[in-house]
Ligand binder design. Structure first.
Ligand SMILES: NC(=O)c1ccc[n+]([C@@H]2O[C@H](COP(=O)([O-])OP(=O)(O)OC[C@H]3O[C@@H](n4cnc5c(N)ncnc54)[C@H](OP(=O)(O)O)[C@@H]3O)[C@@H](O)[C@H]2O)c1
Length: 333
């Protein structure tokens, strides 16, 4: 069993713990919170008892095998770095890091800790419906690009409108639409199409300089991929991948509930499988398989690591194209 520690006491940590428990490969061992009280409140929402609440990283990184990090984005880097230095496997929520400088430091650190594995928790690319999309793309006659959409009004936007500065909508915490919901369509695009030769991001900025929504263009030699995402409005548009005459239509690029294939005559066929109630089970299982047998799973590991690196670089390039600077960038320059 992989002894698991977690950072973060919000709903996403609960969902990952439940997914990890469903795989039966993990055993929740420690919860890190800034206060014992919040840690205990969080523990009381779980169906597990034998767990320690800790308030320091050094206590967290003692006697565990892996940590799941779901803190605000800007904190991931220091928390992941400390874990690797302690020899602990790292599963970090998307987006793993604020910029390529941080990613390069982590990559170098991993090279000197060869037994430690590092994963970015991009749950959708592990789902079986994502694999179905990948396979079906291979059948399209001539790729013509794609439009991926993930725009959902955030409950935290209410707080922003009321004058607050929720972490996820601030540059201080490496937040904003691109570094939150934008990660899902971008991950899908890079995973399916590879690295674009150029990128451009047109954001709608909030009063604090972070992006509330936006449109990103990824330029490839023969086509473009357009991404629409945001946290300040709801969109009900599906996502699409284009062949010459055929089209793959995806109900939602992050949730992947329904995928349809339209042939050149416009006939539709549903090709998706029913999605699991908890969308994090597949990634939790994939990470456990690699931790438990790193040699056999080396190719998978390397593929996901390289994908995470490309996504990190492209997120940064998009952000630069829009002139959005994070404090995390300035600290390292
Ligand atoms: N994969 C997915 O579907 C999914 C969904 C949602 C979020 N996420 C990712 O999960 C991560 C966390 O997102 P979130 O919305 O849960 O963030 P959040 O609510 O702002 O913070 C998560 C946790 O971090 C701690 N925290 C909050 N503010 C902090 C601060 N100023 N300093 C130190 N710790 C602080 C809190 O735990 P304590 O108070 O107990 O210390 C809190 O429970 C992000 O990277 C996000 O992108 C992923």
């Amino acid at each position: 069993m992989i002894k698991l520690g977690v950072i973060g006491t919000s709903w996403i940590t609960k969902m990952f713990i439940e997914a990890a428990q469903k795989t039966t490969a993990y055993e929740l061992s420690k919860i890190y919170s800034r206060t014992i009280e919040r840690g205990e409140n969080f523990l009381s929402t779980l169906s597990t008892n034998d767990v320690s609440i800790v308030t320091t990283l050094s206590d967290l990184y003692t006697n565990i095998d892996a940590v799941y990090i779901a803190s605000p984005n800007a904190l991931h880097f220091e928390q992941a770095k400390a874990a690797i230095e302690a020899g602990i496997n790292v599963i970090v929520e998307k987006p793993a890091f604020s910029n390529p400088t941080e990613f390069a430091i982590i990559e170098e650190l991993l090279a000197s800790h060869p037994d430690v594995r590092f994963f970015e928790a991009a749950r959708h690319v592990h789902q079986s419906n994502f694999k179905i999309i990948e396979q079906t793309m291979g059948e399209l006659t001539q790729l013509q690009g794609a439009t991926f959409v993930y725009q959902k009004y955030s409950s935290r936007y209410d707080a922003y409108l009321a004058g607050d500065e929720p972490n996820v909508l601030t540059r201080e915490f490496s937040g904003g639409a691109l570094y939150d919901l934008g990660v899902y369509p971008l991950y899908a695009a890079i995973s399916l199409f590879g690295t674009p030769r150029a990128v451009q991001y047109l954001p709608t900025l909030l009063r604090n300089g972070a992006d509330g929504k936006g449109t990103a263009n990824l330029f490839f030699d023969d086509y473009n991929v357009t991404l629409l995402f945001g946290k300040s409005a709801n969109s009900y548009l599906p996502s699409e991948i284009y062949g010459l005459k055929e089209t793959i239509v995806i109900s939602n690029i992050a949730e992947l509930e329904e995928v349809k294939y339209y042939d050149g005559e416009g006939n539709a066929d549903t090709i998706s499988e029913k999605v699991a109630d908890n969308p994090m089970i597949k990634e939790a299982q994939d990470f456990a398989d690699i931790i438990n047998d790193p040699v056999a799973q080396h190719e998978h590991y390397n593929q996901w690591f390289q994908l995470a690196k490309q996504v990190n670089q492209t997120l940064f390039d998009l952000r630069q194209s829009a002139g959005i600077v994070f404090p995390a960038d300035e600290l390292q320059n």
